[in-house]
Write a protein that binds this ligand. Structure first.
Ligand code: SF4
Ligand code: SF4
Length: 460
Protein backbone atom coordinates (compact mmCIF):
# COMPACT_ATOMS: atom_id res chain seq x y z
CA UNK A 1 0.00 0.00 0.00
CA UNK A 2 3.06 2.25 -0.16
CA UNK A 3 2.62 5.79 1.13
CA UNK A 4 -0.92 4.97 2.24
CA UNK A 5 0.36 2.67 4.99
CA UNK A 6 2.59 5.41 6.33
CA UNK A 7 -0.28 7.86 6.49
CA UNK A 8 -2.64 5.30 8.05
CA UNK A 9 -0.12 4.45 10.73
CA UNK A 10 0.20 8.15 11.51
CA UNK A 11 -3.56 8.42 11.98
CA UNK A 12 -3.87 5.32 14.13
CA UNK A 13 -1.11 6.45 16.45
CA UNK A 14 -2.43 10.00 16.56
CA UNK A 15 0.86 11.28 15.14
CA UNK A 16 0.41 14.43 13.09
CA UNK A 17 2.73 15.00 10.17
CA UNK A 18 3.25 18.18 8.22
CA UNK A 19 1.56 17.67 4.85
CA UNK A 20 3.96 16.61 2.10
CA UNK A 21 3.35 15.15 -1.33
CA UNK A 22 4.27 11.62 -2.46
CA UNK A 23 5.91 10.89 -5.79
CA UNK A 24 2.43 10.09 -7.15
CA UNK A 25 1.25 13.53 -6.08
CA UNK A 26 -0.89 12.44 -3.12
CA UNK A 27 -0.70 14.65 -0.07
CA UNK A 28 0.38 12.84 3.09
CA UNK A 29 -0.28 13.62 6.72
CA UNK A 30 -3.37 13.79 8.88
CA UNK A 31 -6.63 12.35 7.57
CA UNK A 32 -9.43 14.04 9.53
CA UNK A 33 -12.10 11.85 11.11
CA UNK A 34 -14.67 14.54 11.89
CA UNK A 35 -14.55 17.14 9.11
CA UNK A 36 -16.32 15.42 6.23
CA UNK A 37 -18.69 17.64 4.23
CA UNK A 38 -22.27 16.35 4.23
CA UNK A 39 -25.24 17.10 2.01
CA UNK A 40 -28.88 16.36 2.76
CA UNK A 41 -30.89 13.80 0.78
CA UNK A 42 -34.53 14.29 -0.23
CA UNK A 43 -35.75 12.69 2.98
CA UNK A 44 -33.22 14.25 5.36
CA UNK A 45 -30.45 11.65 4.92
CA UNK A 46 -26.99 12.86 5.96
CA UNK A 47 -24.93 11.87 2.93
CA UNK A 48 -21.14 12.26 2.82
CA UNK A 49 -19.97 14.24 -0.19
CA UNK A 50 -17.51 11.40 -0.79
CA UNK A 51 -19.43 8.28 -1.81
CA UNK A 52 -17.69 4.91 -1.91
CA UNK A 53 -18.05 3.38 -5.39
CA UNK A 54 -17.75 -0.41 -5.41
CA UNK A 55 -17.37 -1.16 -9.10
CA UNK A 56 -13.72 -2.11 -8.70
CA UNK A 57 -12.46 -3.68 -5.50
CA UNK A 58 -9.17 -5.05 -4.21
CA UNK A 59 -8.40 -8.59 -5.33
CA UNK A 60 -6.05 -11.23 -3.99
CA UNK A 61 -4.28 -11.27 -7.36
CA UNK A 62 -3.85 -7.48 -7.29
CA UNK A 63 -5.74 -7.01 -10.58
CA UNK A 64 -8.74 -4.74 -11.15
CA UNK A 65 -11.43 -7.39 -10.74
CA UNK A 66 -12.37 -7.11 -14.40
CA UNK A 67 -10.32 -10.15 -15.43
CA UNK A 68 -11.89 -13.59 -15.51
CA UNK A 69 -9.89 -15.13 -12.71
CA UNK A 70 -9.78 -13.23 -9.47
CA UNK A 71 -10.79 -13.51 -5.89
CA UNK A 72 -11.91 -10.41 -4.03
CA UNK A 73 -9.70 -9.56 -1.07
CA UNK A 74 -12.42 -9.49 1.58
CA UNK A 75 -10.03 -8.58 4.39
CA UNK A 76 -8.85 -5.52 2.52
CA UNK A 77 -12.43 -4.62 1.54
CA UNK A 78 -13.42 -4.79 5.22
CA UNK A 79 -10.43 -2.64 6.17
CA UNK A 80 -11.21 0.02 3.57
CA UNK A 81 -14.91 0.01 4.53
CA UNK A 82 -14.10 0.42 8.23
CA UNK A 83 -11.64 3.19 7.49
CA UNK A 84 -14.15 5.02 5.29
CA UNK A 85 -16.86 4.85 7.98
CA UNK A 86 -14.42 5.94 10.71
CA UNK A 87 -13.56 8.96 8.58
CA UNK A 88 -17.13 10.04 7.92
CA UNK A 89 -18.13 8.27 4.67
CA UNK A 90 -21.82 7.31 4.89
CA UNK A 91 -22.72 6.27 1.32
CA UNK A 92 -21.70 3.05 -0.47
CA UNK A 93 -22.74 2.40 -4.06
CA UNK A 94 -22.74 -0.95 -5.78
CA UNK A 95 -24.70 -2.89 -8.44
CA UNK A 96 -25.39 -6.54 -9.33
CA UNK A 97 -22.86 -6.76 -12.23
CA UNK A 98 -19.95 -5.02 -10.49
CA UNK A 99 -16.81 -7.16 -10.04
CA UNK A 100 -18.43 -9.83 -12.20
CA UNK A 101 -21.35 -10.16 -9.83
CA UNK A 102 -19.39 -10.28 -6.58
CA UNK A 103 -19.44 -6.67 -5.36
CA UNK A 104 -22.84 -6.74 -3.63
CA UNK A 105 -21.94 -9.92 -1.76
CA UNK A 106 -18.61 -8.49 -0.57
CA UNK A 107 -20.20 -5.21 0.52
CA UNK A 108 -22.90 -7.16 2.36
CA UNK A 109 -20.17 -8.87 4.38
CA UNK A 110 -18.20 -5.66 5.00
CA UNK A 111 -21.15 -3.45 5.95
CA UNK A 112 -23.17 -5.96 7.99
CA UNK A 113 -20.36 -5.68 10.58
CA UNK A 114 -21.57 -2.11 11.22
CA UNK A 115 -24.87 -0.87 12.70
CA UNK A 116 -27.42 -0.36 9.89
CA UNK A 117 -27.89 3.32 10.79
CA UNK A 118 -24.19 4.07 10.18
CA UNK A 119 -24.34 3.79 6.39
CA UNK A 120 -26.56 4.24 3.35
CA UNK A 121 -26.55 1.65 0.59
CA UNK A 122 -27.18 2.32 -3.06
CA UNK A 123 -27.64 -0.32 -5.75
CA UNK A 124 -29.29 -0.70 -9.12
CA UNK A 125 -31.84 -2.58 -11.20
CA UNK A 126 -29.32 -4.05 -13.67
CA UNK A 127 -31.65 -6.06 -15.90
CA UNK A 128 -29.33 -5.67 -18.93
CA UNK A 129 -29.55 -9.03 -20.79
CA UNK A 130 -32.86 -9.34 -22.68
CA UNK A 131 -33.64 -12.62 -20.90
CA UNK A 132 -33.98 -10.58 -17.67
CA UNK A 133 -36.46 -8.06 -19.09
CA UNK A 134 -39.51 -9.97 -17.87
CA UNK A 135 -41.15 -8.78 -14.66
CA UNK A 136 -40.32 -12.06 -12.85
CA UNK A 137 -36.61 -12.05 -13.78
CA UNK A 138 -36.19 -8.37 -12.91
CA UNK A 139 -37.88 -8.87 -9.53
CA UNK A 140 -35.52 -11.79 -8.89
CA UNK A 141 -32.56 -9.44 -9.45
CA UNK A 142 -34.03 -6.97 -6.97
CA UNK A 143 -34.58 -9.60 -4.26
CA UNK A 144 -31.10 -10.96 -4.81
CA UNK A 145 -29.67 -7.48 -4.22
CA UNK A 146 -31.34 -7.30 -0.80
CA UNK A 147 -30.13 -10.81 0.01
CA UNK A 148 -26.51 -10.22 -1.06
CA UNK A 149 -26.35 -6.91 0.78
CA UNK A 150 -27.90 -8.55 3.89
CA UNK A 151 -30.52 -5.80 4.26
CA UNK A 152 -34.32 -5.64 4.40
CA UNK A 153 -34.58 -2.16 2.90
CA UNK A 154 -32.35 -0.27 0.51
CA UNK A 155 -31.62 3.45 0.82
CA UNK A 156 -31.07 4.26 -2.88
CA UNK A 157 -32.26 2.15 -5.82
CA UNK A 158 -31.67 3.15 -9.43
CA UNK A 159 -32.76 2.06 -12.88
CA UNK A 160 -29.28 1.15 -14.08
CA UNK A 161 -27.77 2.98 -17.07
CA UNK A 162 -30.77 4.21 -19.00
CA UNK A 163 -29.96 5.59 -22.46
CA UNK A 164 -27.98 2.65 -23.88
CA UNK A 165 -28.72 0.36 -26.82
CA UNK A 166 -29.18 -3.41 -26.77
CA UNK A 167 -30.41 -6.32 -28.88
CA UNK A 168 -33.64 -8.08 -27.97
CA UNK A 169 -33.99 -11.87 -27.67
CA UNK A 170 -34.45 -12.24 -31.44
CA UNK A 171 -31.17 -10.35 -32.05
CA UNK A 172 -32.88 -7.15 -33.28
CA UNK A 173 -30.98 -3.95 -32.39
CA UNK A 174 -33.24 -1.67 -30.33
CA UNK A 175 -32.99 2.09 -30.01
CA UNK A 176 -32.12 3.52 -26.56
CA UNK A 177 -35.78 4.54 -26.10
CA UNK A 178 -37.04 1.06 -26.98
CA UNK A 179 -34.57 -0.48 -24.53
CA UNK A 180 -35.77 1.89 -21.80
CA UNK A 181 -39.39 0.88 -22.45
CA UNK A 182 -38.55 -2.83 -22.56
CA UNK A 183 -36.43 -2.86 -19.39
CA UNK A 184 -38.55 -0.68 -17.14
CA UNK A 185 -41.92 0.39 -18.52
CA UNK A 186 -43.64 -2.38 -20.53
CA UNK A 187 -42.81 -5.04 -17.91
CA UNK A 188 -44.16 -2.91 -15.03
CA UNK A 189 -40.81 -2.86 -13.18
CA UNK A 190 -40.81 0.88 -12.61
CA UNK A 191 -44.31 0.53 -11.10
CA UNK A 192 -43.08 -2.36 -8.97
CA UNK A 193 -40.13 -0.33 -7.65
CA UNK A 194 -42.45 2.59 -6.88
CA UNK A 195 -44.68 0.20 -4.89
CA UNK A 196 -41.60 -1.01 -3.00
CA UNK A 197 -40.85 2.61 -2.21
CA UNK A 198 -44.44 3.04 -0.92
CA UNK A 199 -43.89 0.06 1.36
CA UNK A 200 -40.61 1.54 2.69
CA UNK A 201 -38.34 -1.17 1.30
CA UNK A 202 -36.84 1.37 -1.10
CA UNK A 203 -36.17 4.74 0.52
CA UNK A 204 -35.10 6.64 -2.62
CA UNK A 205 -35.78 5.77 -6.25
CA UNK A 206 -33.74 7.20 -9.11
CA UNK A 207 -31.88 6.29 -12.28
CA UNK A 208 -28.35 6.37 -13.64
CA UNK A 209 -27.83 7.69 -17.13
CA UNK A 210 -25.32 7.02 -19.93
CA UNK A 211 -25.88 7.74 -23.59
CA UNK A 212 -28.84 9.08 -25.49
CA UNK A 213 -30.00 12.34 -23.95
CA UNK A 214 -33.55 11.85 -25.32
CA UNK A 215 -33.97 9.03 -22.81
CA UNK A 216 -32.68 11.28 -20.01
CA UNK A 217 -35.25 13.93 -21.00
CA UNK A 218 -38.03 11.35 -21.24
CA UNK A 219 -37.26 10.04 -17.74
CA UNK A 220 -37.20 13.56 -16.32
CA UNK A 221 -40.52 14.33 -17.99
CA UNK A 222 -41.96 11.44 -15.94
CA UNK A 223 -41.00 13.19 -12.71
CA UNK A 224 -44.54 14.46 -12.06
CA UNK A 225 -45.72 10.88 -11.62
CA UNK A 226 -42.55 9.05 -10.52
CA UNK A 227 -41.07 11.74 -8.23
CA UNK A 228 -37.44 10.80 -8.68
CA UNK A 229 -35.46 11.06 -5.45
CA UNK A 230 -32.00 11.18 -7.04
CA UNK A 231 -30.22 10.76 -10.39
CA UNK A 232 -26.68 9.57 -11.15
CA UNK A 233 -24.84 11.38 -13.95
CA UNK A 234 -21.28 11.59 -15.27
CA UNK A 235 -19.89 14.94 -14.15
CA UNK A 236 -16.39 16.39 -14.18
CA UNK A 237 -14.65 19.51 -15.45
CA UNK A 238 -14.18 18.12 -18.96
CA UNK A 239 -17.75 16.85 -19.37
CA UNK A 240 -19.20 20.09 -17.99
CA UNK A 241 -18.76 21.82 -21.37
CA UNK A 242 -16.97 19.26 -23.53
CA UNK A 243 -18.91 15.99 -23.27
CA UNK A 244 -17.20 13.61 -25.67
CA UNK A 245 -19.45 11.27 -27.64
CA UNK A 246 -16.82 8.52 -27.33
CA UNK A 247 -17.28 8.68 -23.53
CA UNK A 248 -20.77 7.32 -24.11
CA UNK A 249 -22.81 10.50 -23.74
CA UNK A 250 -24.16 13.17 -26.01
CA UNK A 251 -24.90 16.09 -23.70
CA UNK A 252 -22.71 18.31 -21.55
CA UNK A 253 -23.10 17.63 -17.85
CA UNK A 254 -24.03 21.30 -17.37
CA UNK A 255 -27.24 20.57 -19.30
CA UNK A 256 -28.10 17.59 -17.09
CA UNK A 257 -27.14 19.41 -13.91
CA UNK A 258 -29.38 22.37 -14.77
CA UNK A 259 -32.33 20.19 -15.73
CA UNK A 260 -32.05 18.26 -12.46
CA UNK A 261 -31.61 21.48 -10.49
CA UNK A 262 -34.83 22.90 -12.06
CA UNK A 263 -36.69 19.89 -10.73
CA UNK A 264 -34.88 19.98 -7.40
CA UNK A 265 -33.64 16.39 -7.79
CA UNK A 266 -30.46 15.58 -5.81
CA UNK A 267 -27.52 14.47 -7.98
CA UNK A 268 -25.12 11.57 -7.56
CA UNK A 269 -21.89 11.97 -9.54
CA UNK A 270 -19.96 9.22 -11.32
CA UNK A 271 -16.69 9.51 -13.23
CA UNK A 272 -15.41 12.59 -11.38
CA UNK A 273 -11.97 11.67 -12.79
CA UNK A 274 -13.24 10.84 -16.29
CA UNK A 275 -12.09 7.24 -16.10
CA UNK A 276 -8.82 8.24 -14.41
CA UNK A 277 -7.86 10.81 -17.06
CA UNK A 278 -8.06 13.70 -14.58
CA UNK A 279 -5.79 12.01 -12.01
CA UNK A 280 -2.66 12.45 -14.16
CA UNK A 281 -2.53 15.34 -16.59
CA UNK A 282 0.03 16.50 -19.12
CA UNK A 283 3.08 18.39 -17.84
CA UNK A 284 1.73 21.87 -18.64
CA UNK A 285 -1.56 21.32 -16.82
CA UNK A 286 0.19 19.62 -13.90
CA UNK A 287 2.53 22.59 -13.56
CA UNK A 288 -0.41 25.00 -13.59
CA UNK A 289 -2.23 23.12 -10.82
CA UNK A 290 0.90 22.62 -8.74
CA UNK A 291 1.65 26.34 -8.92
CA UNK A 292 -1.79 27.06 -7.44
CA UNK A 293 -1.42 24.51 -4.65
CA UNK A 294 1.77 22.44 -4.41
CA UNK A 295 0.31 20.09 -1.77
CA UNK A 296 -2.92 19.22 -3.55
CA UNK A 297 -3.02 16.07 -5.68
CA UNK A 298 -4.07 16.46 -9.31
CA UNK A 299 -7.12 14.28 -8.62
CA UNK A 300 -8.22 16.54 -5.75
CA UNK A 301 -8.94 19.37 -8.22
CA UNK A 302 -11.42 17.17 -10.05
CA UNK A 303 -13.08 16.19 -6.77
CA UNK A 304 -13.31 19.83 -5.71
CA UNK A 305 -14.92 20.66 -9.06
CA UNK A 306 -17.44 17.83 -8.74
CA UNK A 307 -18.31 18.73 -5.14
CA UNK A 308 -18.48 22.51 -5.50
CA UNK A 309 -21.91 22.70 -7.14
CA UNK A 310 -24.53 22.80 -4.39
CA UNK A 311 -27.00 20.33 -5.95
CA UNK A 312 -24.47 17.50 -5.86
CA UNK A 313 -25.44 15.07 -3.13
CA UNK A 314 -22.46 12.75 -3.36
CA UNK A 315 -19.46 12.10 -5.60
CA UNK A 316 -18.80 8.40 -6.17
CA UNK A 317 -15.22 7.28 -6.36
CA UNK A 318 -13.91 3.74 -6.74
CA UNK A 319 -11.12 3.55 -4.16
CA UNK A 320 -9.21 0.30 -4.39
CA UNK A 321 -6.14 1.65 -2.63
CA UNK A 322 -5.92 3.22 0.81
CA UNK A 323 -4.01 6.23 -0.50
CA UNK A 324 -6.86 7.09 -2.92
CA UNK A 325 -9.38 6.85 -0.09
CA UNK A 326 -7.24 9.03 2.16
CA UNK A 327 -6.62 11.63 -0.53
CA UNK A 328 -10.36 11.89 -1.26
CA UNK A 329 -11.27 12.09 2.43
CA UNK A 330 -8.82 14.99 2.82
CA UNK A 331 -10.30 16.79 -0.18
CA UNK A 332 -13.80 16.70 1.30
CA UNK A 333 -12.88 17.15 4.98
CA UNK A 334 -14.09 19.78 4.53
CA UNK A 335 -14.65 20.69 0.89
CA UNK A 336 -13.03 23.97 -0.10
CA UNK A 337 -15.35 25.14 -2.90
CA UNK A 338 -13.61 26.39 -6.04
CA UNK A 339 -13.39 30.15 -6.48
CA UNK A 340 -13.96 31.91 -9.83
CA UNK A 341 -10.25 31.89 -10.76
CA UNK A 342 -9.99 28.16 -10.07
CA UNK A 343 -13.10 27.45 -12.15
CA UNK A 344 -11.59 29.42 -15.03
CA UNK A 345 -8.29 27.55 -14.73
CA UNK A 346 -10.01 24.14 -14.83
CA UNK A 347 -12.15 25.25 -17.77
CA UNK A 348 -9.04 26.19 -19.73
CA UNK A 349 -7.41 22.83 -18.89
CA UNK A 350 -10.62 21.05 -19.97
CA UNK A 351 -10.58 22.97 -23.23
CA UNK A 352 -7.01 21.82 -23.89
CA UNK A 353 -7.62 18.22 -22.86
CA UNK A 354 -10.66 17.83 -25.06
CA UNK A 355 -9.06 19.48 -28.08
CA UNK A 356 -5.58 18.03 -27.70
CA UNK A 357 -5.61 14.50 -26.30
CA UNK A 358 -2.10 13.05 -26.27
CA UNK A 359 -1.43 9.92 -28.37
CA UNK A 360 -0.35 6.93 -26.23
CA UNK A 361 2.62 6.17 -28.53
CA UNK A 362 5.63 4.61 -26.80
CA UNK A 363 7.98 5.09 -29.77
CA UNK A 364 8.48 1.31 -30.11
CA UNK A 365 8.68 1.59 -33.95
CA UNK A 366 6.72 -1.64 -34.56
CA UNK A 367 4.54 0.24 -37.06
CA UNK A 368 7.57 1.19 -39.13
CA UNK A 369 8.48 1.37 -41.93
CA UNK A 370 5.39 3.00 -43.39
CA UNK A 371 5.23 2.15 -47.13
CA UNK A 372 4.55 5.84 -47.82
CA UNK A 373 7.45 7.07 -45.75
CA UNK A 374 5.46 8.61 -42.88
CA UNK A 375 7.53 9.07 -39.71
CA UNK A 376 4.74 7.82 -37.43
CA UNK A 377 6.54 7.88 -34.05
CA UNK A 378 8.31 11.15 -34.93
CA UNK A 379 4.99 12.91 -35.62
CA UNK A 380 3.38 11.60 -32.44
CA UNK A 381 6.43 12.47 -30.39
CA UNK A 382 6.45 16.08 -31.62
CA UNK A 383 2.70 16.48 -31.12
CA UNK A 384 2.80 14.98 -27.59
CA UNK A 385 5.77 17.17 -26.66
CA UNK A 386 3.89 20.31 -27.71
CA UNK A 387 0.78 19.21 -25.75
CA UNK A 388 2.86 18.41 -22.68
CA UNK A 389 4.63 21.75 -22.84
CA UNK A 390 1.34 23.60 -23.37
CA UNK A 391 2.38 24.71 -26.87
CA UNK A 392 -0.97 24.07 -28.54
CA UNK A 393 -3.77 26.48 -29.33
CA UNK A 394 -6.78 26.74 -31.61
CA UNK A 395 -7.54 29.64 -33.92
CA UNK A 396 -10.60 30.32 -31.70
CA UNK A 397 -8.18 31.06 -28.85
CA UNK A 398 -6.26 33.62 -30.91
CA UNK A 399 -8.63 36.48 -30.10
CA UNK A 400 -8.51 35.75 -26.41
CA UNK A 401 -4.73 35.51 -26.09
CA UNK A 402 -2.83 36.57 -29.21
CA UNK A 403 0.61 36.23 -27.64
CA UNK A 404 0.05 32.68 -26.37
CA UNK A 405 -1.48 31.66 -29.69
CA UNK A 406 1.49 33.01 -31.68
CA UNK A 407 3.96 31.27 -29.36
CA UNK A 408 2.11 27.94 -29.62
CA UNK A 409 1.79 28.27 -33.38
CA UNK A 410 5.47 29.00 -33.87
CA UNK A 411 6.60 26.21 -31.51
CA UNK A 412 4.41 23.65 -33.24
CA UNK A 413 5.10 24.52 -36.89
CA UNK A 414 8.80 25.34 -36.66
CA UNK A 415 9.47 22.32 -34.46
CA UNK A 416 7.45 20.10 -36.82
CA UNK A 417 9.53 20.98 -39.88
CA UNK A 418 12.68 20.64 -37.85
CA UNK A 419 11.85 17.19 -36.43
CA UNK A 420 9.97 15.59 -39.32
CA UNK A 421 11.04 16.17 -42.92
CA UNK A 422 8.18 17.58 -45.04
CA UNK A 423 7.75 14.42 -47.15
CA UNK A 424 7.37 12.32 -44.00
CA UNK A 425 4.69 14.47 -42.36
CA UNK A 426 1.08 13.50 -41.62
CA UNK A 427 -0.39 15.07 -44.78
CA UNK A 428 1.26 12.30 -46.84
CA UNK A 429 -0.59 9.51 -45.01
CA UNK A 430 -3.08 7.90 -47.44
CA UNK A 431 -4.90 5.91 -44.72
CA UNK A 432 -3.86 2.59 -46.26
CA UNK A 433 -4.11 0.99 -42.79
CA UNK A 434 -0.93 -1.13 -43.19
CA UNK A 435 0.41 0.11 -39.84
CA UNK A 436 -2.70 -0.33 -37.70
CA UNK A 437 -2.47 -4.01 -36.72
CA UNK A 438 1.24 -3.63 -35.86
CA UNK A 439 0.68 -1.14 -33.05
CA UNK A 440 0.66 -2.76 -29.59
CA UNK A 441 -1.01 0.37 -28.18
CA UNK A 442 -3.93 -0.14 -30.59
CA UNK A 443 -3.65 3.44 -31.79
CA UNK A 444 -5.84 4.26 -34.77
CA UNK A 445 -2.81 5.67 -36.60
CA UNK A 446 -4.55 6.91 -39.79
CA UNK A 447 -7.23 8.68 -37.71
CA UNK A 448 -4.58 10.32 -35.54
CA UNK A 449 -2.64 11.37 -38.65
CA UNK A 450 -5.78 13.01 -40.00
CA UNK A 451 -6.43 14.78 -36.70
CA UNK A 452 -2.86 16.08 -36.35
CA UNK A 453 -2.74 17.14 -39.99
CA UNK A 454 -6.04 19.00 -39.54
CA UNK A 455 -4.47 20.90 -36.68
CA UNK A 456 -1.33 21.67 -38.71
CA UNK A 457 -3.49 22.99 -41.57
CA UNK A 458 -5.44 25.18 -39.20
CA UNK A 459 -2.21 26.64 -37.78
CA UNK A 460 -0.72 27.12 -41.26
S1 SF4 B 1 -2.09 4.40 -42.72
FE1 SF4 B 1 -0.75 6.14 -43.12
S2 SF4 B 1 0.87 5.96 -41.62
FE2 SF4 B 1 -0.13 3.98 -41.69
S3 SF4 B 1 1.03 2.80 -43.16
FE3 SF4 B 1 -0.62 3.76 -44.33
S4 SF4 B 1 0.21 5.69 -45.05
FE4 SF4 B 1 1.60 4.92 -43.45
S1 SF4 C 1 3.64 0.88 -33.10
FE1 SF4 C 1 2.22 2.27 -32.06
S2 SF4 C 1 3.26 2.74 -30.14
FE2 SF4 C 1 4.82 1.85 -31.48
S3 SF4 C 1 5.75 3.64 -32.51
FE3 SF4 C 1 4.10 2.93 -33.81
S4 SF4 C 1 2.34 4.17 -33.20
FE4 SF4 C 1 3.83 4.33 -31.58
Amino acid sequence: MGGGTVATAAVLTGCKQAPTATAEGFAQGEVPTDKMTYRTGKHGEKISLLGYGCMRMPTIEGNSGRENNFELDQEQINRLTDYAIEHGVTLFDTAPPYCKGRSEHAMGIALSRHPRDKYYLSSKMSNFPPNTWSREESIKIYHNTLKELQIDYIDFMMLHAIGGTSKDLSGRELSPMEVFEARFINNGILDFLMEEREKGRIRNLGFSYHGDVKVFDRALDMDDTVHWDHVLIQHNYVDWHHEAVEQGGDADSEYMYNRLAEKDIPIFVMEPLLGGTLATLNDAATKQLKQKDPQASIASWAFRFAGSQPRILTVLSGMTYMEHLQDNIRTYSPLKPLNDDEYAMLESIAHQLSNFPTVPCTGCQYCMPCPYGIDIPGIFSHYNKCVNEGNVALADDADADKKAYRKARRAFLVGYDHKVPRLRQADHCISCGACVHKCPQKIDIPAQMKRINGYVEELS
